[in-house]
Structures are given as C-alpha cells and as structure tokens.
Write a protein that binds this ligand. Structure first.
Ligand code: SAM
Ligand code: SF4
Length: 349
C-alpha cells in the first residue's frame, strides 16, 4: 500500500462518507426514484467491494453507508458486513478508520431473523424509508398497483421491519434507527403531521427529504418541492421545535421537539444546498464513482480495482480534481436540466 495523506478536493473538502450501492434493483417502484428492473452488467465482486471500502477508509472515510436500489435484495450484504467487521477488529487494518457502518432500506424484507443477522455482522445503524401512513398514499408513493389495500400491506411490512430492527438492538435513542420520508407538494405533504406523529410515538428521528431532481425519469418540477422551511414550520405549529443546526459534513438540518420527544431532520438539498462541506463519495453497484448526486457521469473504477495501490491513486486523483457543487450552482439552468443524469436507485441516494 502506498503511503498517501487523505486527499482534499478543489474546494478544500475532505472525504468522509462512502455510500456504496449494492444493487440498482428494487422491490418497490417509487415514481420519484424510478429504479431499474435489472442490474447493470459487471457488478463488483465481494473482493472488489471490500477493496473499495478499505482504500476509502485509508483515505479518510469514517462512515460506510450501504444502499441501493434495495440493499436487502443483495446476497452480498451479509458477507460484506462480516468481512468489514473482521477488518475493523484487526489491528493495523485500514478498516479500523471506520467509525460507523449504516444501511438505508425500504424495510420490506427486514424480518426479525434478518435484522438480528445484520446486527451480529456489525451493522450499526439502519434508516428505513416510509413516505406516508395512509394506505392509498403509500401505494402511490411506492408505485404499487393495488391501491389502498396494497399500501396498507406495505405499511404493515415496514412497521414490522422497524420493530424487527428495534428488537435486534438498533436503538433509536442513540440514532441507530431512523425514518426517511420524501415529501412532494400536492402528492404526500398531507402526511407530514401523521408521519411526525408516528415517528414521535416510536421515538424515531424523522428525516424529511425535499423531492430532488436526480435522474431523468421522475418528472421533477419545482412546484412539487415542499421547502424544508415549510415542513419545519408546519411541524413546529403542532409541536414547538428548537434548532440543533447541521453537523459538519452532514446532510440534515436537525431540530429537537421542545417537549423532549425525539427530533427531526430536514434534508433541504433544493432550497438550502449544503455542497460547501460535502464529504460524500458514491460508488454504484458496477463500480462507477460519483462525487455528486447530480453529476452527468461517473468514473469507472474497475480498471483500478486490481490492487489497493492502483485504486488509491485513482480515488486520490478523482477526489483532488473534484470541483462539483451542482446543488448550489447548477439548478434552474436549462443546460443542467436537459443534460442526462444518473438515476437515484443506481447512485444509491
Ligand atoms: N431503497 C432504499 C430506500 O428507499 O431507503 C435505499 C435506496 S433509496 C435511493 C435512498 C433514499 O433516497 C430513500 O430514502 C429515498 O426516499 C430517497 N430518494 C429516492 N429518490 C429521491 C428523490 N427524487 N428525491 C429525494 N429523495 C429521494
Ligand atoms: Fe426502491 Fe428506495 Fe427507490 Fe423507493 S426510493 S424505488 S424503495 S430504491
């Protein structure tokens, strides 16, 4: 392994978070995301994934987030976690630099057995996505045919997934279990208060995400974005909130309920972009590196995945030439809107 100091990009940002997509496929079809039905050719092997995580850790990544598509569809998930845990427990292994291993999932396949196995394999945090508490709205947000009954079934599965995670030891009180919800104006914004109520009842931090213009298929329109400030205002009228700010490199502006019941976070990448300290490197399931969710194309890391040293050189070079801050400067320009972008489920969110 070559000795490199952690790379810094053209805007003085260091690498901190590695988001790795295990598959572009999903068992849901949320219209705001539009996942692929099949994976791209040339999925990374377990060994290649591990190499990537090891090298990223060495270059300063302290957090690994596994995502997709739906990561619970991947049979790689468990062996990968086991290998990462082994590395983290081995003195001198670069994986010891990882402080947190997390997963984002829709929760549908999170049985008790699965949750226990993930925990035993070293997973520390799970964020589960649910965009409504009413069956008809959930069905619409998840792209389910079958209307209200199908949506109600999905809610039951996700609630069971949350319960399975909690009983396996993912404790919401220490941030190990959270709830994500994408809010679209006129589509599910009537679910804001019911979602906040559900999260409060369960002691979960609710992360409210502005509808983002990722990819080319989701028909994004500014009119459908409910600004995070409006979300916070609506919730604070019901339950007063106090600001907790945004942690350095973090995505969420956080607020705590003044009555002490849990907290919320809003991810305002449209109305209050946070490119200035973005520390995220995204790797797709087929080994493309993206340093921004809104980039037109990635860098194929596969040719460099033959040795740790080659990969380290490639990632260092990629990070050092990184300039992107699309959220802050690209939006609203016709050229940005019409140029092709990678899809959300491919990128991993
Ligand atoms: N399938 C998993 C899930 O839904 O949690 C993991 C992958 S998903 C791409 C990761 C996160 O991205 C989810 O919380 C999802 O709601 C969010 N997401 C997807 N498309 C989005 C969009 N267009 N705008 C904002 N958030 C989006
Ligand atoms: Fe699947 Fe997640 Fe995309 Fe919904 S947001 S389609 S659950 S990958």
């Amino acid at each position: 392994m070559i000795a490199a100091s952690p790379p810094i990009d053209q805007r003085a940002r260091a690498l901190g978070v590695l988001r790795m997509s295990l598959t572009a496929r999903c068992n849901l079809a949320c219209p705001y995301c539009c996942p692929d039905a099949v994976d791209p050719p040339g999925l990374l092997s377990l060994e290649q994934q591990l190499r990537l995580i090891r090298v990223a850790s060495r270059l300063g990544a302290h957090t690994l987030r596994l995502t997709g598509g739906e990561p619970l569809l991947s049979d790689r998930l468990l062996p990968l976690l086991e290998q990462v845990a082994l590395g983290r427990a081995t003195p001198g292994n670069p994986l010891q630099g990882l402080r947190q291993v997390a997963l984002t999932s829709n929760g549908v396949l999170l049985t008790q057995e699965r949750a226990r196995a993930l925990r035993a394999a070293g997973l520390e945090r799970i964020t589960i996505s649910l965009d409504a508490v009413e069956g008809e709205v959930v069905a619409r947000m998840a792209g389910l045919r079958g209307g209200e009954p199908a949506g109600t079934r999905l809610i039951q599965q996700v609630l069971a997934g949350l319960e399975a995670a909690r009983s396996a030891g993912f404790d919401p009180a220490v941030g190990a279990l959270k709830l994500n919800a994408v809010i679209q104006r006129g589509v599910n914004d009537d679910q804001l208060i019911p979602l906040a109520m559900l999260a409060r009842q369960q002691g979960l931090e609710l992360r409210l995400i502005e509808f983002m213009d990722v990819g080319n298929r989701n028909g994004w329109a500014m009119e459908q974005v409910l600004p995070a400030a409006v979300m916070v205002d609506r919730i604070s009228r019901q339950w007063p909130l106090s600001s907790l700010g945004r942690s350095p490199g973090g995505t969420a502006l956080r607020w705590r309920y003044r009555d002490g019941v849990a907290a919320i976070g809003v991810i305002a990448s449209i109305t209050e972009p946070f490119c200035g300290d973005c520390n995220r490197l995204r790797i797709t399931a087929d080994g493309q590196a993206f340093t921004c969710l809104f980039a037109a194309r990635g860098t194929d890391l596969k040719p460099a995945l033959t040795s740790d040293d080659d990969l380290e050189r490639e990632i260092c070079a990629l990070w050092q030439r990184r300039l992107d801050q699309y959220s802050e400067e690209g939006r609203g320009q016709a050229a940005f809107r019409t140029s092709p972008h990678a899809e959300m489920a491919y990128l991993g969110g």
